[in-house]
Design a binder for this molecule. Structure first.
Ligand code: ADP
Length: 348
């Protein structure tokens, strides 16, 4: 395994007596794209700012390239860390044209070298024709690409992005997050991005750090966060679903009102333990002749699929996502079947 580029070891950050981040640890390897994901106020920006050297840490260590850059007693200055940063408000210099903005970090180099690098960076972000324009002559998405080019020009060992697309409309946000992923992957760069938007995290990240209540809840791939959340917070926060009451029959089997469910996970709780079982919308399929019936309480057309809120005749609720040609009406009693691959249960 390659040598880690960045390691956070049990870091704690405070603002006065307010704890913003506690006991947080993770490792980032070269080429990784990481997202810090969580609700507002959970500490994401503070973690990013601590990595950048913009916030001191109260406890623990930040190790960059095998060197301690932050600890309770030291904070290496941001400009000495060799990092690139992109923030949500673009922060371009309004009175400088795009070329000058992009070259800001290399303005000590010769004019010829600056031009060469600027051409290369604007080429990477697809804005080769815009070097003479001013920021106000560019769209939000273009400005954010300039901000990225400006961060990339110093060839940072790590690029930090704080909600870089949150000022953009949703279509552009999705497109740009994929573009940025491609650019960073092509360049073999390592990046950490803060977002509160899970679809953005899913689009960009190799690994996602889910933060809540100032601590790391789970560090995993998007797939595993969705199919294997380790606690109720992650289960609720990532994706959609409903909990059904159940009891454990065997380590990998529970009994619920929709029948006996088995999965690939084993829980070492005693038999008969009361549990809540997470059922995702994609765990349910329409099946006209099924004995399991539910009433359509609400529907929301999404284009390729329709989201249904279902009420079981036995009392529980389910969410389902069916291909949109299954167009049931409100109040209709429909047959459903289960297609559960992952049994996710939490002790009640
Ligand atoms: P996020 O990025 O997840 O929204 P932040 O890292 O900005 O969260 O904030 C984490 C916690 O620290 C919050 O409770 C916030 O109110 C607090 N906080 C952030 N910045 C400051 C500050 N400059 N002074 C005091 N408290 C702060």
């Amino acid at each position: 395994m390659s040598v880690r580029l960045l390691e956070l070891k049990n870091i704690e950050c405070r603002y006065g007596s307010t704890i913003a981040v506690k006991d947080l640890s993770f490792r980032v390897y070269p080429g990784d794209l990481i997202c810090l994901l969580g609700p507002s106020g959970c500490g994401k920006s503070t973690v990013l700012r601590a990595i950048a050297g913009l916030e001191p840490i109260y406890n623990g260590q930040i190790i960059l390239d095998q060197k301690i850059v932050s600890s309770a007693s030291t904070t290496l200055a941001p400009e000495k860390r060799g990092l690139g940063m992109v923030f949500q408000d673009y922060a371009l210099f309004p009175h400088m044209n795009i070329e000058k903005n992009v070259c800001f970090g290399v303005r000590h180099l010769s004019a010829k070298e600056q031009k060469r690098l600027c051409d290369e960076m604007l080429g990477i972000v697809g804005l080769g024709d815009y070097r003479q324009r001013y920021p106000h002559e560019l769209s939000g998405g273009q400005q954010q690409r300039v901000a990225l080019a400006r961060a990339l020009i110093v060839k940072p060992k790590l690029i930090l992005m704080d909600e870089p697309f949150s000022n953009l409309d949703i279509d552009l946000r999705e497109r740009l997050s994929l573009e940025v992923r491609e650019i960073l992957k092509d360049q073999g760069l390592t990046g950490i991005m803060v977002t509160h938007d899970q679809s953005e995290a899913f689009a960009v990240a190799d690994k996602i750090a889910v933060l809540y209540d100032h601590t790391l809840q789970q560090w995993d791939t998007a797939y595993n966060l969705y199919h294997g959340p380790i606690n109720r917070f992650v289960a609720d926060f990532i994706g959609q679903g409903e909990f059904l009451k159940g009891r454990l029959l065997k380590p990998d089997t529970v009994e619920t009102e929709i029948g006996i469910l088995s999965g690939d996970r084993a829980y070492d709780w005693p038999v008969d333990t009361a549990v809540d079982v997470l059922i995702r919308p994609d765990d349910i399929v329409p099946q006209a002749d099924s004995a399991l019936k539910a009433e359509v309480k609400y529907k929301s057309f999404k284009g390729s699929e329709i989201f249904y809120q279902l009420q079981l005749t036995t009392g529980g609720k389910l969410l389902a996502a069916f291909p949109s040609h299954f167009d049931f009406y409100l109040g209709e009693i429909i047959g459903i079947d289960l297609d559960i691959h992952h049994l996710i249960a939490f002790k009640r």
